[in-house]
Design a protein around this ligand. Structure first.
Ligand SMILES: [Zn+2]
Length: 266
């Protein structure tokens, strides 16, 4: 019998799409979604999977934005489900400027939900995640050793993506987003040089199925050419509305340190 066999389920959250990976004896949640997505997940277990929420063994958080890190703390509080994330994820919103960015990102999350889906939900969440499992690059996931975590900085400094080698499935979080028919690097890409390196690194993985938080499931024929084709798009900001809010998206300490180091190099 194949121990790795799983069924993939897709849940449309408040802002992002969430994915449940269902095994015979356990379930993995690919990204915790926004605050109210915790209730959507609980409902999905009861109505669709018809199995207890206790079968959910682990919640992954790809990065600290409100549509990814908002639901996990509630699932942990209500049902003791452990959280795994980048080992330094709690540095992202540190300090007064981090607190301000956390507030701005939550408001921008609302704005995005309102614009795209015409809905408004409570989305406030703690700015420190305090993960139960601290993940490093190329580390196997707890309880799900067939999945590997990869660091994927660019969008934030602590983004991670998660790869299942046998099925060649990559959960990409916000590494790539879909706008209309186009697949693009995300907004904001606060660390363009690091994003390019991340995409070059991903091009070495023989990915066949890409799971996006914003854009659904993408089948890939040639992983190397797919990821390298995104490189020229990194750092470009063609959308007028994105350009307008760009100055208020890079207040966190790590983004300011990075900007300063780039200025000093020029
Ligand atoms: Zn994000």
């Amino acid at each position: 019998m194949d121990e790795c066999r799983f069924t993939l389920h897709r849940i449309e959250g408040y802002i992002a799409t969430l994915y449940l990976v269902e095994y015979k004896d356990k379930v993995l949640l690919l990204d915790g979604g926004a605050r109210r997505d915790a209730a959507r997940i609980e409902k999905f277990f009861v109505r669709e999977l018809q199995r207890p929420l206790a079968d959910l063994k682990l919640v992954l958080v790809s990065h600290m934005h409100p549509d990814h890190a908002g639901g996990a703390p509630l699932l942990r509080r209500s049902s003791a489900i452990p959280i795994a994330a980048h080992f330094e994820i709690d540095r992202w919103y540190r300090g007064p400027s981090g607190a301000l960015q956390h507030l701005i990102d939550t408001v921008l999350g609302h704005y995005s939900a309102r614009q795209q889906f015409g809905k408004l939900e409570r989305a406030w969440y703690p700015r420190r995640l305090r993960p139960d499992f601290l993940l490093h690059d190329q580390e196997s996931l707890p309880y799900f050793s067939d999945w590997t975590a990869y660091r994927a900085p660019g969008h934030t400094l602590h983004d991670m993506v998660f790869y299942q080698e046998k099925e060649r499935v990559l959960y990409a979080g916000d590494l790539i987003i879909r706008i209309g028919e186009k697949l693009l690097p995300p907004f904001p890409t606060l660390f363009p040089e690091l994003m390019r390196k991340t995409l070059q690194h991903m091009a070495k993985l023989p990915v066949q199925k890409l799971l996006l938080a914003h854009g659904g499931i993408v089948e890939i024929e040639d992983s190397e050419s797919f990821f390298t084709s995104l490189l020229p798009q990194v750092g470009r900001c063609d959308h007028k509305s994105f350009r307008m809010i760009e100055p208020i998206c890079s207040l966190v300490p790590d983004a300011r340190i990075y900007r300063k180091s780039r200025t000093n190099q020029d």
